[in-house]
Ligand binder design. Structure first.
Ligand code: C5P
Length: 301
């Protein structure tokens, strides 16, 4: 058995996020299109120690203890195969810890794959996806990557055809935003008749992605959670306006926010938008990325 296995796990953006009814289990029924993007974390699982360490971007914001979702994922694999070896996890962060990009979910997906390989557990994709769904709604997608349609609470996935490369900027907010709070705010706004009902038709997004057409995608992108997030954080609207002026094709809340995603026509446009947003002091940081990317990939095999 190797002493350590390292993998790379990618962040995600939702190109379409339709939010339906709150279910009896507290989760909302989703109709979403995910895309994995180039921002990534490297996750190493080691045998013989249960230490959790985090380095790199925003490392101080990530729990370096057994509660870390990646540590829980590694333990889940060991328990699944009845292995008593202690597993340590090291995460080298490149995904901003900001909310809306599934960084923690990507780490968990990476730890599942690395632990499976390290322990020679031989778990199939179906088993890994099932364990991923238990860890969090976004973990199955961050495991698979690419571009996919997600239903249920986001864990039921169907891959979709994507052509070409899409250019993104992600603007990171100085303050966080709680995911349950954003979902609850949407329920509240809808109950008061202040937010429209769920959008479920992602056809225009799927066609744009299949054609590799950034302008069509910019028109079609949609996120039902925007009304709720903007109501909780009106400052995000200013960021949206600034990015439009700086030449982004479209600005939209990433997932449940507060990270904002900006779709651009080219890598050069994305660099210019990121510079403008950083210079205008409207966000904590802005990162350029490309999609789609795979989910979790091995680094040493
Ligand atoms: O699955 P995950 O732990 O990422 O979800 C975090 C929270 O986001 C949930 O506890 C729930 O409040 C909200 N959520 C939801 N509906 C979903 C996904 C998440 O209400 N489909």
């Amino acid at each position: 058995m190797a002493d350590a296995v390292s993998v790379r796990a990618h962040a995600k953006v939702n190109l379409f996020l339709g939010v339906g009814e709150r279910r009896a289990d507290g989760f909302h029924e989703l109709s979403t299109v995910f895309q994995a993007v180039s921002l990534h974390d490297d996750v190493t699982v080691t045998a013989g120690s249960d230490e959790v360490t985090v380095a790199g971007l925003d490392a101080e914001r990530v729990p370096a203890d057994p509660t870390n979702l990646a540590a829980r994922a590694a333990r889940a694999v060991a328990e699944h195969v009845g292995c008593e070896t202690e597993l340590g996890v090291h995460i080298d962060k490149g995904i901003p810890t900001a909310g809306g990009m599934a960084g923690g979910s990507a780490d968990a997906a990476g730890a599942l794959v690395a632990a499976d390989r390290l322990l020679d557990a031989g778990l199939g994709e179906a088993e890994l996806l099932e364990m991923a769904a238990e860890l969090g709604s976004d973990v199955p997608f961050t495991l698979r990557g690419g571009t996919a349609l997600g239903t249920g609470r986001g864990e039921k996935l169907v891959p979709v055809l994507a052509r070409g490369t899409f250019h993104w900027v992600f603007a990171i907010s100085a303050r966080g935003l709680s995911t349950p709070e954003v979902f609850a705010k949407l329920d509240e706004l809808r109950a008061a008749g202040k937010a429209p009902g769920p959008r479920t038709d992602a056809t225009a997004v799927l066609s744009a992605v299949a054609a590799g057409d950034a302008r069509a995608l910019a028109e079609a992108m949609h996120n039902d959670l925007e009304a709720a997030a903007f109501s909780l954080r009106p400052d995000l609207r200013r960021l949206r306006e600034a990015a439009r002026e700086a030449g982004a094709l479209r600005a939209m809340l990433s997932g449940s926010g507060p990270t904002m995603a900006f779709l651009c026509a080219s890598g050069a446009d994305a660099e210019a938008v990121a510079d403008e947003l950083t210079g205008a002091n409207l966000c904590r940081a802005a990162f350029v990325a490309e999609g789609p990317r795979p989910g979790v990939v091995g680094l040493d095999w």
